[in-house]
Design a protein around this ligand. Structure first.
Ligand code: SAM
Length: 232
């Protein structure tokens, strides 16, 4: 049984996908996709020996060796330029996902869709998409096992198409599609963030010499959260 989080990621792959799943761990995602679509193929990339071996085992268990190639290596180093059509990077922090995309930029020419699921700091991934000519085409959010996960889908195109100029910073932080659609998990996430922000702001105010710039930024973000939440 695949987690709901990865099932949502899988749903964003087209039929007959040929994708790289970077940081594949047990290769659950590529196995699920290939078991459900006889024409799908994947490269499962892993930088660590343990997860690499788990991936090999899982692929063998399902007899998918012909269609899933498990490779040991860092980020997108494991694929050839123009080899794959989609990239998935899930279950890591946003900054690590951004660094993997940045270091693997020369492997993305033939890639028509990037699906990421940052565990924290999704802003750094949105920003990378934006700065590198990828349009954010959809977002999803999943609440599972006490965690809230965001999924960000991008395609080559007009990088600013999902954003409004005067709301860019807020949308980049919270997600333009999520702000617009307001799913429950998103509102829950905003409530959590609101609590954290209040705490941080109070702590900063108590400091003898608060960093005014940082304080202002937190207050601005608190205001954005209130805009979202008061719209309920
Ligand atoms: N993608 C799976 C998921 O979403 O359930 C597994 C997520 S697991 C928490 C993160 C995996 O990424 C680990 O197995 C780790 O070894 C791998 N990883 C971390 N940095 C990596 C990198 N630079 N290149 C490839 N894999 C990496």
């Amino acid at each position: 049984q695949l987690s709901q989080r990865l099932a949502v990621v899988a749903n964003y792959l087209p039929e007959e996908a040929y994708f790289a799943d970077i940081g594949s761990d047990h290769a659950y995602l590529p196995c699920y996709v290939c078991l459900n679509d006889p024409k799908a193929r994947a490269v499962a990339g892993e930088v660590n020996q343990g997860p690499y071996e788990s991936a090999l085992k899982e692929v063998k268990k399902h007899a998918l060796n012909e269609r899933i190639d498990v490779r040991l290596g860092d980020g997108l180093d494991v694929v050839e330029p123009e080899e794959i059509k989609q990239v998935v990077i899930a279950g890591m922090g946003g900054p690590l996902i951004r660094d993997i995309l940045e270091q693997g930029r020369n492997k993305l020419f033939a890639v028509n869709r990037i699906i990421t699921q940052p565990n924290i700091d999704s802003r750094s991934v949105r920003k990378w998409y934006y700065d590198h000519g990828y349009a954010l085409v959809d977002e999803a959010i999943v609440e599972e096992g006490g965690h809230i996960y965001e999924i960000l889908v991008a395609e080559k195109g007009e990088a600013d198409s999902a954003y409004q100029k005067d709301k860019l910073e807020k949308q980049m932080w919270l997600g333009p599609f999520l702000i617009e659609r307001r799913p429950d998990a998103f509102l829950n996430k905003c409530k959590e963030e609101h609590k954290k922000k209040m705490y941080i702001i109070n702590q900063m105010k108590q400091a003898s010499l608060p960093d005014e710039e940082k304080l202002k930024q937190h207050q601005k973000e608190l205001y954005w959260l209130e805009e979202v939440l008061h719209n309920e």
